[in-house]
Design a protein around this ligand. Sequence first.
Ligand SMILES: *Cc1c(COP(=O)(O)O)cnc(C)c1O
Length: 430
Amino acid sequence: MNARPRPQSEALFDAAQALIPGGVNSPVRAWKAVGGTPVHVARGYGPLVIDVDGYEYIDLVMSYGPLMLGHAPASVTEAIIEAAERGTTYGAPTGGEVQLARKIVELVPCVEKVRLVNSGTEATMSALRLARAHTGRDALIKFDGNYHGHGDSFLVKAGSGALTLGEPDSPGVPKALAELTLVADYNDLASVEALFDQNPDRIAAVFVEPVAGNMGTVPPVAGFLEGLRELCTRHGAVLVFDEVMTGFRVARGGYMERCGVMPDLVTLGKVIGGGLPIGAYGGRAELMNQVAPAGKMYQAGTLSGNPLAVAAGVAMLNELSEPGVYEGLEATGARLERGLLAAAAKHGVPMVVGRVGSMLCPYLAASEVTTFGDVMASDRARWVPFFHGMLERGVLLPPSPFEAWFLSTAHDDATIDQVIEAADGALAAI
Ligand SMILES: *Cc1c(COP(=O)(O)O)cnc(C)c1O
């Protein structure tokens, strides 16, 4: 099958590369993992995006998670327009931010107080500072393959050999800071226990994506989150669930609602902004009261609690509070999972699907994927022609085998069946 010509996208990408590093404002958008010219989007509605060359695609990127209702849902769009007509930012408190904070406190079980910021990255950086302030300790534990935004303390990989000190995963991250980040294996409680034992009274926090969503979609194995809770309590460390992706995605109250394990702090983002830039961190009042001006831990933001973002967020969360929304998303996810597995089996392509509700990732692998090692061992080379085969058949996937696919309430059964039909063709061809 010949790639369809996309001259407008190509011209824009050429221009962008002269103006913006790599031509994009976030690396994954450059399609380095799949090759070719990224689709430049002109508009989106419902489950679809239209590119600048006029092609229509079923979108499974969904802006990497925020768009639970599809593109341009009327309720959110109207809320943004109404808010904009009253002014876009004041640098003063507003009723809208109180409304959004109340929703979050009501719906997310571990949250008694919440602070709004402008991105998930800001949320995790701030939660880390709070954990350090609270414990008086400097080190943290994170997991290989989990992503917590681009803050210095999180762009760290495991050190080599017996050393448990982390190493910078990007130039520009100070070695001295990276050494404070200890890296454990996701879904391997023993690796966390060992780090606690080797570093008594040094660990301020454990950061975890309760469902790992930045290495595809890898749910926690039985006992893993419970074990982290127990270790943090025993060692006086703060347990932080990074639910920037899973918050209001896998359940209204995030994954903690589904698993019943309560972290001390949670970070949120993506869905709570209804598609506008936002982030949040929250938890028990005793912890959150240490944030300025209630307490001494400094954190601030000129555009934090932005009126447009909170209006979009409140409209989004109102829609998600309607009965049956998450049951519908679960059914949609299950339908796609079944269809993908059936198509793969038909064409003799080994596939396992990691899925929690409306986030999922098909791995080209023969056996269950529970660790970052399993993810890396999946057939990434064969995934590339699969991506392009889907694109040619009108389905836009995230341009990397490590990114989750996201569904929305706008993806109806007929849309899902079109995706499955495209997968049938794409899998037959690889
Ligand atoms: C997206 C994401 C972030 C970063 O959020 P940004 O808004 O991109 O800064 C942090 N943690 C997780 C789990 C995410 O999925």
